[in-house]
Design a protein around this ligand. Structure first.
Ligand code: HEC
Length: 143
């Protein structure tokens, strides 16, 4: 019973209507693949992402799906840090990403209600864990 009712409804949405698991799937909430969501295509300094490494057209503007573990603690969001809150992230997905010629075809307008958006945010906030907070980074590199 670790999840609130709102977070439970959010999990249903995450897997269903909101289509998040098409990319944020598995144990770490990532398919380990690269997708174009249109981040940056509303500016004049588009980062071409994985294309810069592979030179294959399907990688234009594609970034690796990040994990969602501890997501409430790791703002700001997206590779350019444009969103300060998870509410803004959910609004971004709800409007179907940002149009560009290489937009991933799974990113479409979601038509979530205000209530559904709140439930999805509650679910994302439930992805925080305990037990690592006392672990600190090593002071020097292993020799
Ligand atoms: C088409 C694949 C895809 C779908 C569908 C998708 N995501 Fe993402 N998600 C990504 C990628 C790729 C990024 C990184 C994008 C970037 O930085 O340009 C990302 C970034 C994020 C981030 C920011 C992570 C960070 O550390 O900055 C959050 C939060 C997030 N997604 C939540 C969601 C939610 C909630 C949904 C469902 C409404 C969803 N995603 C649907 C691929 C996807």
């Amino acid at each position: 019973d670790a999840l609130s009712d709102s977070a439970k409804r959010g999990l249903e949405l995450f897997r269903g209507k909101a289509r998040c698991t098409r990319c944020h799937s598995g144990f770490n909430f990532t398919d380990e693949k690269f997708h174009n969501l249109g981040i940056g295509w509303d500016t004049n300094t588009v980062d071409l992402g994985r294309y810069m490494i592979t030179n294959t057209p399907e990688d234009i503007g594609a970034f690796k799906t990040p994990t969602l573990r501890e997501i409430a603690r790791t703002a700001p969001y997206m590779h350019d840090g444009r969103f300060k809150t998870l509410e803004e992230v959910v609004d971004f997905y709800n409007q179907g990403g940002i149009k560009n010629p290489h937009l991933d075809n799974t990113v479409i307008p979601l038509e979530l209600t205000e209530e559904e958006k709140k439930d999805l945010v509650a679910m994302l906030k439930s992805l925080n864990g305990e037990g690592w907070q006392h672990v600190s980074a090593p002071k020097s590199f292993p020799k």
